[in-house]
Design a protein around this ligand. Structure first.
Ligand SMILES: Cc1ncc(C[n+]2csc(CCOP(=O)(O)OP(=O)(O)O)c2C)c(N)n1
Ligand SMILES: [Mg+2]
Length: 286
C-alpha cells in the first residue's frame, strides 16, 4: 500500500490558538447555556455529562486542536474522538460554535430527519471523527489513527475523551496496553472523571481506583488536573507525551455550573423543566 506523502513540517496547530484561558471560560459558559437550551428543546439528552465535559471540549476545539472547519477532513488535521457519544449535544454545540455548521441547527437536535442524532455520526456531521455511543469504542479508534500516523510519519495528534464509567469497558484496557507498547506520544486520552455513571457512582459499581497509577503502569504519562481549569487544560492538552501516550485525568463535576444538577446522578439523562431551564440560565449568566 502506498504511504501518504510526507506532510509539511508546520502543523496546523502551529497557528495561534483562537482563545486563551479567559476567553475559554467565557466560551464555556455560553456553551453550557446553549446545551441546556438544546436539551430543553429536544426533551432528551445527557445534560450531566455534557456539562462535565464542556471545558475539556471547548479547550480542545478553541485552543488545542489543529483543525479547520472549512476543511474538516484535511489529511493533516488532528483527530478527535468523543468516545462518550451520549454527550453528543456538547460536541454538536462546540462544533457549531467553532463554525462546522450553523448554530441554529442545534434546534433540530434529536428531531426526526435531523442529522444531529443522539449519538454522533461521522457520515452526517462535519467535524465528527467517529461514530460513537456504544461505550468503549472511541479509544481503540483513536489508537488506530495514532498508530497510522506513527507508521506513515504523519505529524497530526490524536485525542480521545471517555467517561470514567466507560473505562469499565475492557476494550479500553487493550487499547491502553498497546498504546504504551507502541510509545504513542501522539495519542492523548482524557477521562472525564466525574465519579458518576448511569444511576450510580463509579466507585460503587466497579471502582477504577487508582486510575492514574493503572495508566502509568501501562506506560502512559499521567497528568492529573482540575478538568474545569482552562489554564491547566491548555497545559495538559497542548504538550504531546515525552516518548509515551498521555493520560489526562481530568477531575470534573457532573452537571457543572448548575447548582441543582451538580453531583446529581439523576441528571445523567434528566431533562430540565421550563422553570429549571430558566434557573439554570440565570445561574450561568450571573
Ligand atoms: C456499551 C454500552 N453500555 C451501556 C450504555 C448505556 N450508557 C450510556 S451512558 C452510560 C454511563 C456512562 O458513564 P460515564 O462513562 O461515566 O459517562 P458520564 O458520566 O461522563 O456521562 C451508560 C451505561 C452504552 N451507551 N454503551
Ligand atoms: Mg462519569
Amino acid at each position: 500500500m502506498a504511504l501518504a506523502p510526507a506532510l509539511a513540517a508546520e502543523r496546523r496547530s502551529d497557528r495561534e490558538p483562537l482563545l486563551g484561558a479567559a476567553g475559554l471560560a467565557r466560551e464555556a459558559t455560553e456553551t453550557r447555556k446553549r446545551i441546556i437550551q438544546t436539551i430543553g428543546t429536544a426533551g432528551l439528552g445527557h445534560v450531566g455529562g455534557d456539562l462535565s465535559v464542556t471545558d475539556i471540549l471547548v479547550t480542545l476545539f478553541f485552543n488545542v486542536l489543529a483543525i479547520d472547519p472549512a476543511e474538516p477532513m484535511a489529511e493533516d488535521r488532528d483527530r478527535f474522538v468523543l468516545s462518550k457519544g451520549h454527550c453528543a449535544a456538547a460536541l454538536y454545540t462546540v462544533l457549531a460554535r467553532r463554525g462546522f455548521f450553523p448554530e441554529a441547527e442545534l434546534e433540530t437536535f434529536m428531531k426526526p430527519l435531523s442529522r444531529l442524532n443522539g449519538h454522533p455520526n461521522r457520515r452526517k456531521v462535519p467535524g465528527v471523527e467517529a461514530n460513537t455511543g456504544p461505550l468503549g469504542h472511541g479509544l481503540p479508534i483513536a489508537l488506530g489513527t495514532a498508530v497510522g500516523a506513527q507508521v506513515r510519519g504523519q505529524t497530526f495528534r490524536s485525542f480521545c475523551v471517555t467517561g470514567d464509567g466507560e473505562l469499565q469497558e475492557g476494550s479500553n484496557w487493550e487499547a491502553a496496553m498497546f498504546a504504551g507498547h507502541r510509545k504513542l506520544s501522539n495519542l492523548t486520552l482524557v477521562v472525564d472523571r466525574n465519579g458518576l455513571q448511569q444511576g450510580a457512582s463509579v466507585s460503587d459499581t466497579n471502582d477504577l481506583s487508582p486510575l492514574g497509577e493503572k495508566f502509568a503502569a501501562f506506560g502512559w504519562e499521567v497528568r492529573d488536573i482540575d478538568g474545569h481549569d482552562h489554564a491547566a487544560l491548555i497545559d495538559a492538552l497542548s504538550r504531546p507525551g515525552e516518548g509515551k501516550p498521555v493520560f489526562v485525568l481530568a477531575r470534573t463535576v457532573k452537571g457543572k455550573g448548575v447548582s441543582f444538577m451538580e453531583h446529581g446522578v439523576e441528571w445523567h439523562h434528566g431533562v430540565p423543566s421550563a422553570d429549571q431551564i430558566a434557573i439554570a440560565l440565570k445561574e450561568l449568566s450571573a
